[in-house]
Every structure is written in structure tokens, then in C-alpha cells.
Design a binder for this molecule. Sequence first.
Ligand code: URA
Length: 197
Amino acid sequence: MSEGELDGLDVTACERCPALVECRSRIVNGVGPADADLLFVGEAPGQYEDEQGEPFVGRSGDVLDDGLRDAGLDRGDVRITNCVRCRPPDNRDPTDEELSNCRGYIETEIDRVDPEVVVTLGKVPAEHLLERDVAVTGEAGDVVEAELGSERRRVLICVHPAATLYDPSQRDTFASTLERAADFTDETSGQSRIGDF
Ligand code: URA
């Protein structure tokens, strides 16, 4: 297995997952400030993310951006990344092995960004980072602790933005979870919310 190469927060080369290397156009690294208070973690890039080289730029990204704005946050003020940085074929879920191959990268990103809270978007990142089964709909909005990288971290469980498209009853849960995330920026850092201006 070849070693991956890291430049700061970016993986610049990695060939650990043959099926993903075959499918990807590029490695999709996290975006946003390297010292963000909020670090949002999704599952893996989809088609648009693979094409544009940025997480959450497709339909899910529009929902996330709208939700952030409604919560008084701006996409440019938060960091957004994925558990797996290469697009899986046919948008399938990443395998356990692929998640595990990428684990060191997300842990390094969490360590270096040192966010106030890690927000998991959907079931795959919640279960991967918490290392347990998660009933996301029931646990959305909960803040729990997990050993991530070199520290114990706060993790806020959130439904995947796309869930609000398939199931409109998830919209309130999504909105209130993002409100909760925004509270961490207010309480802990004094980072301004858009509505304050
Ligand atoms: N869904 C994810 O989990 N990640 C993305 O980057 C886009 C959609």
C-alpha cells in the first residue's frame, strides 16, 4: 500500500483504495478556514464534488448552504470535509476498508483545525467517527464526545442535508441542529453570526 502525501490539511497524493483511484477525477480535500470553529464532516464526494474538487457543491451542498445561512452562518466561515476524499463508483457508500484508509487524514484535519465542535452530516460519518451504531434521526442535535485524533472532541450529530430533500419532516431537525452548531461559535469564540450585522 503506497503512503499518502499530506501538505498541511490537503492530501496531495494517495493510492490506497484501488477502486476509488480508478473512479476519481481528483482528491477532494476539505475547504474553509484552517482554524474554523465548526468542522462539518460528510461521507464522500459525489459527482459534482469530484468534478469541482470541493465538498458539498451539488444539491446537498445547496441545502447545506441554505441551512447555514438560515442559522446565521456563512459557508466561508466553516470548514467542510468528508470521511473519504475520493468519489466511490456509482456513488456507493465507502467500504469499511476505504473509510479506514482515509481515517488518518480526517484525524489530522481535526487535530490541526482544532474546532469547537465536529458536526457529522449523515449516518456514515456519525458511525465512522463515533465507532458505534447511530440512529441519526433519533440522535440528531445531540452533542456527544469521542476520541478523535489526539484529543477528546465534541461531536454534534446532524442528518445529511439530502435527507431533507427525500423526507421533508427532517427539515426542522436539520435546521435546529445547525442552530445548535451556530451556538458553539457564539458561546466559545465570539465569531460573528451574519445576523449580527
Ligand atoms: N455528500 C457527502 O457526504 N459529501 C459531499 O461532499 C457531498 C455529498
